[in-house]
Design a protein around this ligand. Structure first.
Ligand SMILES: Cc1cc2nc3c(=O)[nH]c(=O)nc-3n(C[C@H](O)[C@H](O)[C@H](O)COP(=O)(O)OP(=O)(O)OC[C@H]3O[C@@H](n4cnc5c(N)ncnc54)[C@H](O)[C@@H]3O)c2cc1C
Length: 318
């Protein structure tokens, strides 16, 4: 086994996914522990240009027509072959649909340990946030290649970006002619009334809002701030807001100047979609709510005690 930390670079329709940069930042921390290098692994077809912003010591690039779009089948085979040939110390994947599809199968197929939902590397240990962020678990690298899935929240995407293009080394993909899965077409979600991914200020509500009627309070606040209301999944699951307003893994990724999180706990699936916001202000009664770990400002308060004085103050300013 060598000391290097490999990172599977995720990309979709010609763009590197933010989680790839976050993983490169985490890999840099882990590589200090192993004294190895950070190696980005790019699978694609005519996709070399995607490497220019990646903060890796070098890139291993497998170019193959069957890798032009993600399919679990082709990715699993190629990554398995790379692990068997190079035996890195750790291989990082996004805790995303793509990463989970590849890492979990390879763990079973190659009998390698898998540490999931890792949010940070601390003193060389992998810190995982599990059960919606209610439990923090600490793991160490194993004697064999350790597979790790990374969730956002511990690192900023810019920490994994570089203006210096890394060197590219090619890797020959294994035979990929008997694939059971191929991509037919992308299906874009239906456009909603607003595109929350483009909004500068978002007032986001979670289960702490308690009833559908209380959404009015958030809408009033949003109007004062020139903001748009969005939500965590339980609000959308209840049918209180349309799916176009959902932030997170199953919803939209947003990056506003200000994200005001009201009564949202900060589960990894939610954080995945908003951790890159420029400023996060979280209002939550629970001092241990994981949202406070990523908030720029945290307000440990009952939302319902805060909203009236806040609206009054905003009225005075107007
Ligand atoms: C495969 C999968 C995909 C998922 N995708 C998404 C996704 O895309 N987006 C998403 O959001 N979730 C997603 N989830 C769900 C996610 O795991 C969490 O369950 C969800 O984010 C929790 O929403 P919440 O924070 O609103 O609710 P809770 O976790 O119940 O948190 C409510 C918070 O409100 C606080 N609170 C209560 N009352 C008040 C008050 N009066 N004032 C202030 N604070 C108060 C509480 O302290 C608590 O922290 C997904 C889950 C799975 C398994």
């Amino acid at each position: 086994m060598n000391e290097d930390i490999y990172v599977l670079i995720e990309h979709l329709q010609g763009e590197v996914a933010e989680i790839s940069y976050i993983m490169l930042a985490a890999a840099r921390d882990l590589a200090q522990r192993t004294s190895g290098e950070v190696i980005g692994v790019l699978l694609g077809h005519d996709a070399q240009d995607l490497t220019s912003t990646l903060a890796a010591d070098h890139i291993i690039y497998a170019d193959h027509a069957a890798l032009a779009e993600f399919t679990a089948d082709a990715y699993q085979k190629t990554v398995a072959s790379l692990i068997q040939e190079n035996e890195p110390s750790a291989f990082l994947f996004g805790n995303t649909s793509i990463g989970a599809d590849v890492a979990s199968v390879l763990s079973a197929r190659l009998s390698l340990p898998l540490v999931s939902s890792c949010v940070q590397i601390s003193n060389g240990k992998l810190i995982s946030q599990i059960c919606g962020g209610k439990i923090m678990a600490e793991s160490d690298l194993a004697e064999t290649t350790t597979l790790v899935t990374i969730i956002p929240g511990g690192y900023k995407a810019e920490e994994g970006q570089s203006e210096k293009s890394p060197e590219i080394k090619s890797f020959n993909a294994p035979a990929l002619d008997d694939l059971r899965v191929t991509l037919k077409k992308y299906v874009e979600p239906e456009a909603g009334d607003v595109n929350i991914s483009k909004e500068a200020i978002l007032v986001s509500i979670g289960r702490g809002i308690q009833t559908e009627d209380n959404i009015e309070l958030a809408e009033e606040l949003a109007e004062f701030l020139g903001a748009t209301v969005c939500a965590s999944r339980p609000i959308v699951d209840q049918g209180w807001l349309p799916i176009s307003r959902m932030v997170g893994k199953s919803g939209q990724s947003v990056k506003p100047k200000l994200y005001l999180a009201l009564g949202i706990s900060g589960a990894p699936e939610h954080v995945e979609g908003m951790a890159e916001s420029e400023m996060i202000i979280a209002v939550n009664m629970d001092p241990n709510a994981p949202i406070f770990d990523i908030a720029t400002y945290g307000v440990e308060f009952d939302f319902f005690d805060l909203i009236d004085p806040l609206l009054e103050q905003l009225e005075e300013i107007e």
